[in-house]
Ligand binder design. Structure first.
Ligand code: GSH
Ligand code: FE2
Length: 287
């Protein structure tokens, strides 16, 4: 199986990992889950994180075919439109984005939001195939954290979004609208059925108790053996009880309100008002 080169960019403000996955032979590449920096205290955005990714792409002469989202992120704004403008590539997400748009169109009262995913350049279904240069990719539907979560398998690497985290941390939460712990368990079984040596690249790392360094790469074999939430002995019912218990204790992500209203529009910021300023909405007592 072909091995793409994978370069990670970790955003410590949101604990998010952005990847550039490239075919070393053809220099074609995909960017996965890029971050637009956002400071909620000042309302300022910045492209510092995305510019590091763009700099790497430029320095290595890569040709970007795809900008891939694993899901509608609830903890950071996507820099997909900014990087598309700079580098090209098609912005893609799972087709179940429509269900997520439906829910949040209501929460944010975004009257003109189309709920068919048409803001994205391409919508992937479970089982679809695509290419990064000469390396073949495929899509696994892996809902549970959200209904639109997908995993991108590129050669021997799988970009699992928010499903599994590092073995010592466990799994993603399932308490967002449309989330479901049992469905996440089933999705994780699909990931764990990939070949044992498959490299798994995670969307986040929050460190685990006793670990000082951030980490985001593991393998199917390591996860099968050691994931604290899901290793071989854990049944679906046990997982659901554990996950729902833990979800009940988690606060909302710091950037959920700014993130979702932008990310359901494929990262396009709201139009400026007559004074030239763009505004985000804060729904009160709605989440
Ligand atoms: N403290 C972080 C938490 C973000 C968060 O809730 N992350 C989600 C993924 S979007 C998750 O699954 N967290 C798992 C957990 O905290 O157990 C923030 O405020 O951004
Ligand atoms: Fe997430």
């Amino acid at each position: 199986m072909s091995a793409p080169s994978v370069t990670a960019f970790f955003d410590e403000a949101t604990f998010t990992v952005t990847y550039v996955v490239a075919d070393p032979d053809s220099a074609h590449a995909a960017i996965i889950d890029p971050v637009l920096d956002y400071d909620p205290a000042s309302g300022r955005t910045s492209t510092a994180s995305a510019d590091k990714v763009a700099g790497f792409v430029g320095d290595n002469g890569l040709h970007v075919d795809w900008i891939l989202e694993t899901h509608v992120h609830a903890d950071h704004l996507t820099a997909a439109p900014y990087l598309k403008e700079k580098l090209g590539g098609r912005i893609a997400i799972g087709s179940n984005v429509a269900a997520v748009q439906e829910v949040f169109k209501g929460v944010f009262n975004i009257e003109d939001l189309a709920t068919d995913g048409s803001q994205f350049d391409h919508l992937f279904e479970d089982g679809d195939e695509f290419e990064v240069g000469g390396i073949s990719g495929s899509v696994l539907g892996t809902p549970g954290h959200t209904p639109a979560c997908i995993t991108y398998v590129v050669g021997d690497a799988a970009f699992v979004g928010d499903t599994l985290f590092m073995p010592d941390f466990g799994t993603a939460r399932t308490d967002f609208p449309g989330g479901d712990a049992g469905i996440l368990y089933d999705s994780i079984q699909r990931i764990l059925s990939l070949p044992a040596a498959t490299r798994l690249f995670l969307c986040h790392d929050y460190k685990a108790p006793g670990r000082d360094e951030f980490a985001w790469e593991t393998t199917v074999a390591e996860q099968r053996k050691a994931n604290v939430h899901i290793n071989q002995g854990v049944s679906r019912d046990e997982f659901v009880a554990m996950r729902e218990g833990r979800d009940g204790e988690l606060g909302m992500p710091r950037l959920i309100l700014p993130s979702i209203q932008v990310n359901v529009r494929a990262g396009r910021l709201p139009e400026a008002e007559a004074n030239g300023v763009r505004y985000l909405k804060i729904p009160l007592d709605a989440l």
